[in-house]
Design a protein around this ligand. Structure first.
Ligand SMILES: [Mn+2]
Length: 577
């Protein structure tokens, strides 16, 4: 957990939609409010949420452009044409590219996968990938996870007699050439019932469409175990169809037989069932490390190889790159944080650049600092006379539309409300930073760190039963975080133990009211909490999420925050269960 550089957080119960009442009456108990907060309104929807099923995958042909795209792809497969699949260098772009490449090859097409190099080429579908496709003899380019703002490249392909299908989930451009087919649930005339598919999710839908029209059975497990990697790693909301992709994909992942996935899970030390946390923190970063520090093609080859010796070699390479990435990221975070720490008052947006920063890690470092300082952060690595980098935002603050106001001062710009990429001339950077700082006035309350808890429980309620009940909300991710529990009043039982570099663990039990002394103690775990040990003295209350700890062999509360309770402020017990 990151150190917090801003004032203490405000705690409040997450607002509960009225639909929670009906769910509680229908017997969903403790899960009623969390389900309602995740957009579930009826018992039927609750059942679908709690038991994701393949029938809840939407018809791919509801996507605008799907019919034409499938028609064109089938022609390429029939004629044994060469198809270039142009992806991206992150997990989403790599898995999308691998999935579509494998399916089109199985259908008889000659496929040339092309991934941009983050360091030498930068993000997105560009004319230079068109040239590569052209040299490879492609008559069709399919983009995955990119292309929606690449009018130049699309027109460049059409000029060379290459047809183009763009599949993308980034904010759609207004000048998309009408000669190309576009599949993007965010484009105006797309009536698809779910807007949040990622690049790999869209590649999966396109694969479904082309397999279905070709009269082939859809190898759902094989497709979903790849699509779920991009879906979880790209932090799209894990609700609706994404939840189905993630849940079914994770189940399929634990049974993966492909040499690449097996080798990757081996170096990531994952055995048995695979959780979304393991994809987000173990598999995803290793796939990403290739594109960050070397070439995303290494990860693509790993996913596509049928040779276990090659898979072991590539997985070892990704593992080593991931370790370098961690070290590099720590360095950038430390240097940038030192610069920001001097600023008083702290501006509403933090912008920094350095020729010493690796462009492959500035985005991930910006994300970490945005959480620490609780405001948007933009970091750029400088190479020659250009700064290239990424910005990351905080909840309820649309960084994309903010930076769009400065688009004329960038040489490249794109992204999402929460994450942007940009390139800026170095000579322009100081003025741009000043202008951004002056303009960065956010609505009141946006910079207040809020912790919204979902359940208000006493220590006696923590146990295996509660863990099993809450586990029904898995897989967790964006839009479906592990519910935060408010727990207390508590007092420590026995000593505060330190472990690892700066972690804490302790046992605590309920105090106050009638129940004093009676409570069975619960384990609390504070990752990176050594400096916050003072918050765990005397009587305190805590916010945390319930996790299974294989070391303890039981549920533990992973601490998010804690605060002391004075004797005069002992709260009435609030029961939400
Ligand atoms: Mn993506």
């Amino acid at each position: 957990m990151e150190e917090e550089r801003t004032e203490r957080a405000e705690w409040r119960e997450k607002p509960t939609p009225e639909t929670a009442g009906a769910l509680a009456e229908a017997g969903y108990g403790l899960l009623a409010a969390p389900l309602a907060r995740r957009g579930v309104a009826t018992p039927a929807e609750a059942d679908a949420f709690l038991a994701p099923h393949r029938r809840d995958l939407h018809d791919p042909f509801l996507l605008h452009g799907m019919e034409e795209a499938v028609e064109r792809l089938r022609r390429a497969c029939r004629d044994s044409g060469t198809v270039a699949v142009v992806g991206d260098y992150d997990v989403d772009g790599v898995t999308a590219c691998a999935l579509l490449t494998a399916v089109l090859r199985a259908l008889g097409a000659e496929v040339v996968p092309i991934l941009p190099n983050r360091l030498t080429e930068g993000y997105g579908f560009q004319v230079l990938q068109v040239e590569k496709a052209h040299r490879a003899g492609a008559s069709l380019i399919v983009t995955v996870d990119c292309g929606t703002t690449s009018a130049d490249a699309v027109l460049g392909a059409i000029d060379r007699g290459i047809d183009v299908i763009v599949t993308d989930h980034h904010v759609a451009g207004s000048d998309f050439p009408s000669q190309a087919i576009q599949i993007n649930p965010l484009q105006d005339h797309c009536g698809y019932p779910f807007r949040h598919l990622c690049g790999a999710g869209l590649a999966f839908k396109l694969a479904q469409g082309v397999l279905r029209r070709s009269g082939r059975e859809e190898p759902l497990a094989a497709l979903l175990r790849i699509a779920c990697l991009g879906t979880i790693a790209d932090v799209v909301p894990l609700v609706g169809e994404n939840r189905v992709i993630a849940a079914l994909g994770l189940r399929a992942l634990s049974e993966a037989r492909s040499p690449g996935l097996r080798a990757l899970m081996r170096v990531a030390r994952i055995e048995g069932a695979v959780s979304s946390t393991e994809v987000a923190f173990r598999l995803g970063p290793r796939i990403n490390a290739a594109g960050r520090l070397a070439d995303a093609g290494l990860a693509l080859r790993l996913l596509l190889t049928r040779d276990s010796a090659e898979a072991a070699r590539l997985a070892g390479k990704l593992d080593a790159l991931n370790r370098s990435r961690q070290a590099e990221e720590r360095r950038v975070v430390k240097q940038a944080a030192e610069r920001f720490a001097d600023r008083d008052p702290l501006p509403g947006i933090l912008v920094a650049w350095s020729p010493e920063w690796h462009r492959g890690v500035v985005g991930i470092a910006a994300g970490r600092l945005a959480r620490e300082f609780h405001r948007p952060v933009i970091l750029l690595g400088v190479d020659g006379d250009t700064g290239t980098g990424s910005g990351r935002s905080i909840p309820h603050l649309d960084l994309h539309s903010f930076v769009a106001g400065f688009r004329h001062r960038t040489t490249r710009f794109g992204g999402h409300p929460q994450a942007i990429g940009l390139s800026v001339a170095v000579s322009e950077l100081p003025d741009l930073r000043n202008a951004m700082e002056e303009t960065a006035e956010w609505p009141p309350g946006v910079l207040v760190r809020r912790r919204e808890y979902e359940l208000d429980l006493s220590a006696e309620q923590i146990g295996s039963d509660l863990y099993a009940e809450l586990a029904r909300l898995e897989p967790h991710g964006e839009g479906n975080r592990r519910p935060l529990i408010r727990l207390g009043p508590l007092e420590r039982v026995g000593p505060l133990r330190e472990f690892g570099e700066d972690h804490l663990k302790l046992r605590a039990r309920a105090v106050g009211g009638e129940a004093s002394e009676a409570g069975r103690p619960v384990w609390l775990l504070g990752w990176g909490w050594r400096e916050r040990a003072g918050r765990l003295d005397g009587r305190f209350e805590a916010l945390g999420a319930l996790e299974w700890d294989s070391y303890q062999g039981g549920p533990v509360v992973r601490l998010e925050d804690a605060r002391p309770i004075g004797n005069d402020r002992m709260p009435e017990r609030r029961m939400s269960a």
